[in-house]
Design a binder for this molecule. Structure first.
Ligand SMILES: [Zn+2]
Ligand SMILES: [Zn+2]
Length: 118
């Protein structure tokens, strides 16, 4: 099962729409939002690939948005049910704050963009 999230920074206004999350028909892929330090963008990374790389620039200088180093204030509501998670993704996304790739402050928030597919 998969879907997409929107990311928006409440400090600098950075916005990224419809970042792919989860897996589709092909069980060899599981996409999760990550911060790419090269693009300075929220990108989707395939955590089931041998080396998780940025979908845009191919760099491996990416940090998944489940890593504690990107965590701001913890949220109250999870964005996805637990069973959708891959073992490689340690923590779910929630409605708390995360590190913004542009202003590098903890103002980034994710919202469910709907668009569920499986
Ligand atoms: Zn920002
Ligand atoms: Zn990149």
């Amino acid at each position: 099962m998969g879907g997409a999230v929107d990311a928006q920074c409440e400090i600098c206004g950075y916005e990224r729409r419809s970042v792919t999350v989860g897996c589709g028909f092909d069980p060899n892929h599981f996409w999760w939002p990550a911060l790419c330090r090269v693009c300075r963008e929220v990108v989707a990374v395939d955590v089931r690939a041998a080396a998780g790389v940025c979908e845009q620039c191919g760099s491996s200088d990416v940090v998944l948005y489940s890593d504690a180093s990107l965590r701001g204030e913890p949220g109250k509501r999870r964005l996805f049910p637990e069973w959708t998670l891959d073992a490689a993704v340690a923590a779910d996304l929630d409605d708390g704050s995360y590190l913004c790739p542009v202003c590098e402050k903890l103002g980034l928030r994710f919202g469910d963009a709907g668009l569920l597919w499986d």
